[in-house]
Ligand binder design. Structure first.
Ligand SMILES: C[S@@+](CC[C@H](N)C(=O)[O-])C[C@H]1O[C@@H](n2cnc3c(N)ncnc32)[C@H](O)[C@@H]1O
Ligand SMILES: [Zn+2]
Length: 130
């Protein structure tokens, strides 16, 4: 249903290889489950490298996609995304926000809370920072 390819947004991205219906659970965001405290330390290291891998599960736990993660960690951000993230029983699902056509890049809104040091490149002139 999906595969990793080079993206115009940034580095690697994830693309649909077939039509994906609206609301389909496409993939879960896998990785090591760590505490918020541990995440703060790791996030700083990752941000210094210009990347974001930690996905907040709730006020106590975070999933670090850089450790034991799957292809979901390569899904890029867009301010006008075609996917959304939904947490169900401690699992972060990437779901289709609309019908996605074969060849489309999958994106969701990261809704980051941190330093916002990365300029979003989802479209020319986007003023969002991740
Ligand atoms: C979870 S990774 C996504 C995979 C990444 N493209 C790669 O090749 O490693 C998140 C990182 O991708 C980049 N990224 C994702 N969406 C972006 C966007 N809309 N604009 C600019 N950079 C983006 C940022 O550097 C962010 O820290
Ligand atoms: Zn944007």
């Amino acid at each position: 249903m999906i595969e990793r390819r080079r993206s115009k947004l940034h580095g690697w991205g994830v693309f649909a290889t077939e039509r994906i219906p609206k609301n389909k659970r496409i993939i879960h965001y896998a990785g090591e489950k760590i505490t918020n405290r541990e995440s703060a330390t790791r996030e700083q290291v990752y941000l210094d490298q210009g990347t974001i891998w930690c996905f907040k599960l709730n006020s106590r736990w975070v999933i670090d996609g850089a450790v034991g993660g799957n292809v979901a960690r390569f899904v890029n951000h867009s301010c006008t995304s075609n996917c959304y993230a939904q947490i169900v029983d401690g699992v972060i699902w990437i779901r289709a926000a609309k019908t996605i056509e074969a060849g489309d890049e999958l994106t969701y809104n990261y809704q980051t809370e941190g330093e916002k040091s990365i300029q979003c490149r989802c479209r020319p002139g986007c003023r969002t920072r991740l």
